[in-house]
Design a protein around this ligand. Structure first.
Ligand SMILES: Nc1ncnc2c1ncn2[C@@H]1O[C@H](COP(=O)(O)OP(=O)(O)OP(=O)(O)O)[C@@H](O)[C@H]1O
Length: 715
């Protein structure tokens, strides 16, 4: 449907106002077209015969028509403003609601800048079209039609000749229309790209400063601004061509009319009064037609915008409400995943044939290496996505058949990244739960260990959260998210690394609170820190999208498989409750391939050389290309390894977690780092400097030799 069709659909319920508008336009246009006709009568019936009576009658009619015209104009303006305003209000609301209904893939396809550009620049173009151009177009078209009828009545041969020429006015712009449309689309896409850069720059300003990426962003912005300039130039040139062609065609028309009109007068086939009226009417039609053609670029702009908004409106949510949705039972139900296969894209598979059963009221953990599919499985339990194959059910009901409202009442998720609204702490905690008492709010905040901190702030629970929560620490944000979830009192509590940003003592206390909530509710916790999973009733171990083991902590340790391997990797570290000091023991070091076979006493000495290095989320510990002096082991935390190939964007190539290590080559020699390692969450590293390591191992050349052999082996 084109823009006009869409708007007429919106205006359909406002028939009365629409009728008033049409009537007003008819009055205005009839007056505008008929006034030149008065010239014919003035000249032929009043001036030439010098008839005073006829003169005053004609002047009287023109005056009464003028007053009527003024009132019709005012009523027309009111109805246009009202109709246009209401249509755009409804269009905006519909777009907003439609976007809100979309599922996760939509928000991966369209970035923030894409959406804001459509709500701002595109909506403004549509608004201009609805409130200004459509009414104008309608009025001028009626004007042209009525004037043509009058012109025909004055002199049909001359009108036919003029009409033949007018085809030029319509045909000429058609030649460049496609070019103008394409230029318009390209310009809008460039606007979108630039909006995305601004969005990224504002959100990532800390990381940009930290990684010293200002220059790269500056260069990107400069290139995009240059693009905006050249695409804008192409667009404006195409638009002005669209305007100029009809105006040039009008010149040809004027000439035709004067020459042919003169011919008719010379041969007594037309009176001078007729010609004067014809000329005046023609000039006004010509002006109307020129006005219409000048609107073509604006109309093209708006049509492109209509199309781009239509593209969003055509998106279907991938997770849809059932036609007769069911309510979930009030009590906690069992959770089942049956033969679940899922991919974020049609070609990929992040989960393959996953089967799991979680008893009602139990506390289970999903563990596994990074990227193994734990969070994906959790998102399917929250029905952020539907499986491609298989079913996910709660309380025996397939989630596809459950009403969204019932599921959101029943289940609550605390995600890895906590988003807080730019509102007060109280508003963030209560959200739609406005009837919850202050006592209940404080109780939830106490359980999440954030109450005393909030009470200590000058404005307490009325403190404003800024920058979507960036004004708070990661730990504070996570505590608030946990309190918010607890306040909703869900029967299915889904936690995705919900305590990862907390210090060890807070983490274990909050985990204790969460564990104690089982029985009344089912709890599923995704964690890479196995110490947090040890008390779970059941642990599911994920690997490459499949569940490879499941059982209790002790059963899995006995099994001696993947879980045991992960567990052992995380053992041997001691972290102080405040997370500021950590140590590693010699037995743990002995498990690193390049320390294999080294004398335990020497290893113990090496273990003592490690220093604690706590780092914030987003901190780049090593940077690609810089010289390396230190080797790091992750006592606690999560890091991403980023690599940039010449001329390409930086890419994440791995994720490292508790017990992983990096930078070991620095123990041997000074070579530039081959990748950047950046913390994803607040983390604790243990690091040792090459000089200290080499001093310690100077008398044991076999250490360096075995280290070199092991590292060469891995390169
Ligand atoms: N929205 C997404 N679109 C495309 N691929 C995704 C998306 N989210 C995750 N993935 C990919 O799916 C795989 C599984 O990711 P998932 O987050 O479930 O792993 P995980 O085991 O929870 O790991 P982590 O602890 O690092 O989050 C990974 O390869 C990841 O890159």
């Amino acid at each position: 449907m084109n823009g006009l069709g869409i708007m007429l659909r919106y205006l359909k319920p406002r028939k009365g106002l629409l009728l008033l508008y049409v009537l007003c336009v008819l009055v205005e246009v009839s007056y505008a077209s008929a006034s030149p006709l008065s010239l014919k009568y003035l000249v032929d019936k009043a001036f030439l015969p010098k008839d005073w009576e006829a003169f005053w009658i004609i002047v009287g009619i023109v005056l009464i028509g003028g007053v009527l015209n003024i009132f019709a104009g005012m009523a027309g303006d009111y109805s246009t403003a009202r109709l246009g305003g209401e249509a755009i209000r409804q269009y905006r609301t519909d777009l907003f609601q439609h976007i809100q209904r979309q599922s996760m893939p939509f928000y991966q396809k369209y970035r923030v800048g894409d959406l804001t550009t459509r709500f701002s620049a595109d909506m403004s173009a549509v608004e201009r079209m609805i409130s200004g151009i459509y009414p104008f177009l309608f009025r001028e078209s009626i004007n042209v039609i009525i004037s043509l009828v009058l012109l025909f009545s004055l002199e049909w041969r001359l009108t036919l000749a003029v009409l033949a020429g007018a085809l030029l006015m319509i045909a000429a712009p058609k030649l460049v229309q496609r070019r103008a449309e394409t230029a318009n689309v390209h310009y809008k896409e460039a606007q979108e790209r630039f909006s995305n850069t601004i969005d990224e720059m504002a959100k990532g300003h800390k990381t940009i400063i930290n990684l010293h990426q200002q220059r790269r962003f500056h260069e990107r912005a400069e290139e995009q601004i240059r693009g905006l300039f050249s695409l804008g130039l192409a667009m404006r040139m195409a638009n002005s061509l669209m305007e100029r062609l009809p105006a040039s065609a009008l010149l040809v028309l004027n000439g035709t009319m004067i020459v042919f009109g003169g011919y008719l007068i010379f041969h007594d086939r037309m009176t001078i009064g007729d010609f004067t009226a014809f000329l005046t009417l023609f000039i006004s039609v010509g002006a109307a037609a020129t006005n219409l053609t000048q609107l073509i670029p604006v109309a093209i702009d708006a049509n492109v915008s209509f199309r781009r908004i239509g593209e969003l409106l055509a998106e279907k949510p991938s997770v849809e409400e059932a036609s007769a949705p069911l309510e979930l039972p009030k009590a906690a139900g069992s959770v089942l995943m049956k033969d679940v296969t899922f991919g974020y894209t049609l070609e990929s598979r992040q989960l393959r044939g996953v089967n799991l059963s979680i008893e009602a009221g139990s506390y289970v953990a999903f563990v596994g290496t990074s990227g193994s599919g734990k969070s994906t499985a959790l998102q399917l339990l929250a029905r952020f996505y539907d499986p491609a194959i298989g079913t996910v059910s709660v309380g025996g009901i397939d989630l596809r058949r459950v009403s969204e409202a019932s599921l959101r009442r029943h289940a609550s998720m605390v995600a890895q990244d906590t988003f807080l609204f730019n509102a007060t702490i109280r508003d963030n905690l209560l959200l739609d739960n406005e009837n919850a008492s202050d006592e209940r709010m404080a109780e939830a905040a106490k359980l999440a260990q954030i109450h005393s901190a909030v009470e200590g702030w000058p404005e307490g629970y009325d403190t404003m959260v800024h920058q979507e929560g960036a004004s708070l620490s990661g730990g504070e944000r996570q505590r608030l998210a946990i309190a918010r979830a607890l306040l909703r009192d869900p029967k299915l509590l889904l936690l995705d690394e919900a305590t990862s940003a907390l210090d060890p003592s807070s983490e274990s206390e909050i985990n204790g609170v969460i564990e104690s909530l089982r029985g009344d509710r089912t709890i599923v916790s995704v964690t890479h820190r196995l110490g947090s999973a040890a008390n779970a009733d059941r642990i599911f171990v994920f690997d490459k999208g499949e569940i490879v083991e499941s059982g209790s902590h002790s059963e899995l340790l006995k099994l001696g498989g993947a879980y045991r391997g992960l567990w052992e990797k995380q053992q041997g570290f001691r972290v102080s409750p405040d997370g500021l000091h950590a140590t590693v023991d010699a037995e743990r070091l002995a498990k690193l391939a390049f320390f294999e076979g080294i004398d335990p006493e020497l290893l113990s000495g090496i273990a003592d050389l490690f220093a604690t290095y706590p780092c914030q989320a987003g901190e780049a510990v090593v940077k690609q290309g810089e010289e390396g002096h230190q080797f790091y082991i992750i006592a606690r935390g999560k890091f991403e390894v980023l690599k940039r190939e010449p001329g390409q964007e930086e890419k994440r190539i791995a994720v490292l977690q508790d017990g992983d290590y990096f930078g070991e080559i620095a123990l041997l020699k000074n070579i530039p780092r081959t990748a950047t390692v950046k913390s994803i969450e607040p983390s604790i590293l243990l690091s040792i400097r090459r000089e200290a390591f080499q001093r310690m191992t100077r008398e044991h050349p076999q250490v360096s030799a075995s280290l070199e052999a092991a590292l060469l082996d891995r390169m």
